[in-house]
Design a protein around this ligand. Structure first.
Ligand code: SF4
Length: 353
């Protein structure tokens, strides 16, 4: 299982076999209205060959975290503190050129929308082969052969012919596959997939997820899967990190978190999703309210304004003291273990059957 350390504990990367190690990461944006705390003290580790799912609503900080890992932020408006170590190398200290090299050779991203990520002006083959040439020094012929090979690997039929097609000549599913080929062409050891199947129908979605699993086995890559879809996470991930308002609120193995959630926010996420055992006429229960402003987050638990369990916590701690995320399987919440279990039995257990 992925070993994660206590949120807010200051970076003390200890000896770890993690390929990616993030410690006390804080990402703040300067805006006209003030400082936005987009990520607020996040720590996690990821091993090679493992998949970490990161879930949370829009604005929870999951995409910002991953763009920061990739070094894709504007240094003029972004303040980053904490540590991001990739294969033992500190990423936050690197210059743009070094980051660019790292992005080609060691890490890559699969975006949500292939149509925006691919240029309409260049052939699919050129868009796959150019990064390969740039990062390996391969000849044009070698790079073209590699593009054909990668298109074949991601299941594009007749790759020798389709390599010269433009993106508009591909279907949505094929474009997504082509983008995966582009991301994997240099065998990245870390792959960050941001909602990689959201725009696709369910059948193609399943094919793409299977493809990612196969490619992960072949290349041994570590994968971060960012999604709001708990079904995708259940299918793909080994471990799960639940984020809310820029903070990690729960983590554990996928099985632990999905089958026995212990943070009221995770419980809320699960209740807002249809389940296989629920009656089709049973209404879903959305989480009331909306996430807090990241310009001025509340002093205690960021979820307190939406949580129905605050009365169980004595001394008004929910609104005055930020709950910490302990080591290992944990939830950042002031409820006792028994209270968390009670919340689970009252709300989620009946839905799981
Ligand atoms: Fe709810 Fe309080 Fe737990 Fe936050 S700390 S999730 S407000 S019970």
């Amino acid at each position: 299982m992925t070993t994660l350390t206590k949120t807010e504990d200051v970076p003390a990367p200890t000896e770890s076999d993690a390929f990616l190690s993030v410690r006390d990461l804080r990402v703040q944006f300067s805006t006209e209205d003030g400082i936005v705390k987009a990520v607020d003290g996040l720590s996690f580790d990821l091993k090679r060959g493992q998949t970490l799912g990161i879930v949370g609503e829009s604005g929870s900080g999951k995409s910002v975290t991953n763009l920061t890992v990739l070094g894709l932020h504007n240094p003029r408006t972004t303040n980053i503190t904490g540590s991001i170590r990739l294969d033992g190398q500190e990423v936050t200290d690197l210059k743009d050129k070094e980051l660019e090299t790292l992005r080609g050779n060691k890490m890559a991203m699969i975006f949500q929308d292939a149509l925006t990520a691919l240029s309409p002006y260049y052939t699919i083959g050129r868009q796959i082969s150019e990064p390969f040439r740039k990062h390996t020094g391969a000849s044009k012929k070698e790079a073209r052969d590699r593009a054909i090979e990668m298109l074949g690997k991601v299941g594009i039929p007749d790759p020798k012919r389709r390599v010269d097609d433009y993106p508009h000549q591909f279907s949505g599913g094929m474009r997504q596959r082509a983008m995966i080929a582009m991301s994997l062409v240099c065998n990245p050891e870390l792959l960050i997939a941001d909602e990689p199947t959201t725009a696709l129908d369910v059948t193609v979605q399943a094919q793409i997820l299977d493809l990612l699993k196969d490619l992960q086995q072949e290349f041994g890559s570590a994968i971060i899967m960012i999604t709001h879809d708990l079904g995708v996470v259940a299918n793909m991930a080994d471990d799960l990190l639940v984020m809310y308002a820029g903070r990690a609120v729960e983590r554990g193995t996928v099985r632990e978190v999905l089958q026995k959630p212990s943070h009221p926010y995770t419980v809320g996420l699960l209740r807002s999703m249809p389940s296989l055992t629920s009656d089709v006429n049973e209404p879903l229960t959305p989480i009331p309210g909306s996430p807090p402003s990241l310009l001025n987050p509340p002093p205690g638990c960021a979820f307190s304004a939406r949580c129905s369990y605050t009365d169980l916590v004595a001394g008004g701690l929910c609104t005055s003291e930020r709950p910490h995320l302990a080591d290992g399987r944990a939830a950042a919440c002031h409820l006792t273990a028994e209270q968390k279990q009670q919340a689970f039995f009252e709300t989620i257990q009946p839905r799981l059957g």
